[in-house]
Design a binder for this molecule. Structure first.
Ligand SMILES: NC(=O)c1ccc[n+]([C@@H]2O[C@H](COP(=O)([O-])OP(=O)(O)OC[C@H]3O[C@@H](n4cnc5c(N)ncnc54)[C@H](O)[C@@H]3O)[C@@H](O)[C@H]2O)c1
Length: 435
């Protein structure tokens, strides 16, 4: 069998698209495939998520429920039953790729998803892995598993890697307008991959192999991690020199070529930038290569929460108070502005460090009404309402995440001491310490 039948089905939109993992990546992808007219089967092992989706409800703040309801009308159905994957002509895998206890890649979600697919694979399907991973994963981990069923990749069934470039909360780019890189195991795989994505994104970028596609995603994220590390180091130097790093970045950004602004902060956060670089570090060791840039950036970025704590300690000390016993309000506990995602959030690391030092912690985050259950962190707290009176009761207010929803003038007028880790305040104020 060639890929012609599959390509025809994808082209006339009779193909059913199966998406495994209905999270931050899988959900927007589902919305886009249903928008252009495909039926989508969303497969997720979390049955509470499946029930919500089938009721037309979202569990991600920036994806509104009415979009899920509309997609249900357009032919989307969610299931926890992997056996239904047999109905799908294309199977897109968007499951987590975290790190293990020793910062090694944890591919168990990917291999688990693929292993549970195996009994239902059939000729004429295409499988696309979108989860971020090290070069070689698709070829070394997926291809042999798939071929253990007797199906030959490139002949009976098609396999590509196409990294996700989702940026949750960024309204300037949507799935349709973000170019999509795609690499296939064979030419026939790539041809089918291009057909899969060309109806949902304006521009598919074919590359010569799955390894190139995997490495492309890592370059993009490592580029961010290293540049954030650089600018965090610049922040520490600028602080000692009494220079506002944010003013420097604004000025440097006027250069029309050769400079891309990156911003310092309280530490890295999210499911990608603190994690993905170590996928390459781990793989590079197999080739005897030590990834010095990656690890140096990790070291600098990882030291940021402690640096911020020092700034808090010296600012409180200035007014005769220790951290121990101080009332500290954290503004923003999501890992970045305007989202409700708390994965690897630096604010939570700061909360832990402040609590360890004896501070009384409160938080306010309009996107996270109650501190959720997290595997490594536990706070029995709910978001407080920001008023002039409540702000004035705290010894210190720490801006951890610069959500647009905060009233920064109100905060500046009524807080005794503000530690600004995001460069919110331009110019100098007697109660603002930039950190
Ligand atoms: N979040 C982002 O902004 C982003 C951006 C680009 C790339 N990525 C990459 O995309 C991948 C997915 O990330 P995410 O943020 O969407 O994760 P997520 O945690 O939001 O969603 C993953 C979903 O997969 C489900 N799942 C896990 N194992 C499963 C299995 N075996 N079968 C079926 N469902 C399963 C989970 O229940 C969950 O709903 C990761 O590799 C990540 O690095 C994420």
């Amino acid at each position: 069998m060639s890929n012609k039948e599959l390509i025809a089905k994808l082209n006339n939109k009779n193909a059913v698209i199966g998406i495994i993992g209905m999270g931050y990546v899988g959900l927007p992808l589902m919305l886009r495939f249903t928008e252009v007219g495909y039926s989508v089967l969303g497969i997720d092992s979390d049955s509470s998520r499946v029930s919500k989706l089938n009721e037309g409800l979202s569990y991600i703040e920036h994806i509104q429920s009415d979009k899920i309801t509309l997609s249900r009308k357009r032919g989307f159905v969610a299931t926890a039953d992997m056996a239904r994957s047999v109905e799908a002509d294309a199977i897109i895998i968007c499951v987590p790729t975290p790190l293990g206890a020793h910062q090694e890649p944890d591919l168990s979600f990917v291999t688990g998803a693929v292993d549970s697919l195996l009994p239902y694979l059939r000729r004429g399907q295409i499988i696309s892995l979108e989860s971020t991973t090290y070069p070689g994963t698709t070829y070394d981990e997926l291809k042999p598993r798939i071929e253990s069923t007797g199906l030959i990749v490139g002949k009976d069934i098609f396999l590509v890697f196409s990294p996700e470039r989702e940026d949750p909360g960024n309204t300037s780019f949507i799935t349709k307008t973000i170019p999509k890189v795609c690499g296939g195991i064979t030419e026939a795989c790539l041809e089918a991959g291009i057909e899969l994505y060309k109806h949902v994104v304006d521009h598919v970028v074919p590359v010569s192999s799955t390894q190139v596609a995997e490495m492309t995603k890592l370059l993009e994220n490592i580029y961010r991690a290293v540049n954030i590390g650089l600018v965090n180091e610049m922040k520490i130097i600028a602080d000692k020199m009494n220079i506002d790093i944010h003013e420097v970045i604004r000025a440097a950004s006027t250069k029309p070529f050769g400079f891309v602004p990156y911003y310092p902060g309280p530490g890295l956060g999210g499911h990608c930038i603190p994690i993905d670089p170590y996928y390459l570090t781990w793989k590079a060791r197999e080739y005897g290569i030590h990834t010095r840039f990656i690890e140096l950036a990790g070291e600098v970025n990882g030291a940021m929460p402690a640096w911020v704590i020092n700034k808090i300690a010296s600012a409180l000390n200035y007014s005769g108070k220790p951290i121990n016993g101080s009332n500290i309000l954290i503004l923003g506990i999501a890992y970045k502005k305007n989202v409700d995602d708390m994965r690897e959030s630096a604010s939570v690391v700061l909360m832990e460090l402040l609590r360890e030092s004896g501070a009384e912690i409160s938080y306010s985050d309009p996107h996270i009404p109650t501190f959720p259950e997290m595997s490594e962190h536990s706070f029995n707290l709910s978001s407080i309402q920001l008023t002039a009176d409540t702000l004035a009761t705290f010894d210190c207010v720490l801006i951890g995440t610069n959500h647009d929803a905060f009233d920064y003038s109100l905060i500046q007028e009524h807080a005794k001491l503000i530690i600004d880790t995001r460069g919110v305040y331009v110019g100098s104020y007697s109660n603002v310490v930039k950190a």
